[in-house]
Design a protein around this ligand. Structure first.
Ligand SMILES: [Zn+2]
Ligand SMILES: [Zn+2]
Length: 282
């Protein structure tokens, strides 16, 4: 695994980098946006790009993310989208992406799958001001998420319900013997420990700073993120969903007190490359 911060600053996609070659087994994670609850001055809200075998999948597309996404991947080169939940900071730029794909100068782009909680098609249509039928179904093929395991492109993906006021899914993404887990938004829960068990990398939210009177079913502190990661035996903890009005270094310090492995603070443009752990597929 090679964490590195991208030095790219251009507004166009890095076409020279191109998709990952087929069967190389590598998983690449790019942080598109990691600002918690609303966009900050230095980051869009939540969005993460996962690539393997030339397949490109977004998990979450929060407000502001579609713009920054184009620094890392061509506007129409996304193969699938997963939405953890329907809070605006995780899903709202799907409405902008519908406009881009639907009204592209070269013609409407082919539909791509969107995996999301119940009623996502209707909610997204209403957010844009469309009638729910047909809404965005000319551009996105919506599949309702449920707890369980499914294959999306080359990835084996397990979803579990998290501890958040609305229907919210955490993700475990496996490929090439490597595991990336994502907490989405959650308060403390055993499901997050199960989902991230022995993950190579856990993207874990750390929205709150430690203190008295925090609600129990909403978000995690850095300390709690570290506790969950430690219990799950995670190799590398990446703190994300960092709320602009908090001091990130406090979140890092809290997690350092409970997690014994390496910790990173998510940064937009940051890439993690996970090389395959086992034999390559033939
Ligand atoms: Zn959120
Ligand atoms: Zn939320």
């Amino acid at each position: 695994m090679r964490p590195r911060k991208s030095s790219k600053v251009s507004s166009g996609p890095d076409r020279a980098r191109g998709p990952l070659q087929p069967y190389c087994g590598l998983v690449r994670l790019t942080i598109i946006g990691c600002s918690g609850s609303f966009p900050g001055p230095d980051s869009p809200a939540s969005s993460y790009l996962l690539e393997a075998e030339g397949f490109r999948m977004l998990i979450d597309l929060g407000n502001g993310a579609l713009g920054v996404m184009q620094r890392h991947v061509g506007l129409f080169d996304i193969d699938a989208i997963c939405l953890s939940h329907l809070h605006a900071d995780h899903c709202l730029d799907l409405t902008s992406y519908w406009v881009a794909r639907r009204y592209a100068p070269e013609g409407p782009q082919p539909p791509i799958p969107v995996y999301a909680p119940e009623r996502a098609a209707e909610r997204m249509a209403l957010a844009y001001g469309l009638e729910p039928d047909p809404g965005m179904t000319d551009t996105f093929t919506f599949t309702t998420l449920t707890p369980g395991t499914r294959r999306i492109g080359p990835f084996l993906i397990t979803t579990r319900r998290m501890n958040h006021p609305v229907e919210t899914y955490g993700f475990r993404v496996e490929h090439g013997g490597r595991i990336v887990a994502y907490s989405a938004d959650t308060g403390p829960c055993e499901a997050l420990v199960d989902l991230s068990r022995r993950a190579d990398l856990l993207l874990c939210e750390a929205s709150f700073l430690d203190g008295p009177g925090l609600p129990g079913n909403l978000h995690l502190t850095g300390r709690q993120a570290g506790e969950h990661a430690e219990r799950a035996g995670v190799r590398h903890l990446v703190l994300t969903h960092l709320v602009p009005w908090n001091d990130k270094e406090c979140s890092f310090a809290e997690a350092s007190g409970t997690f014994t492995g390496p910790i990173s603070l998510a940064v937009p443009g940051q890439e993690f490359e996970l090389t395959p752990s086992g034999p390559l597929p033939m």
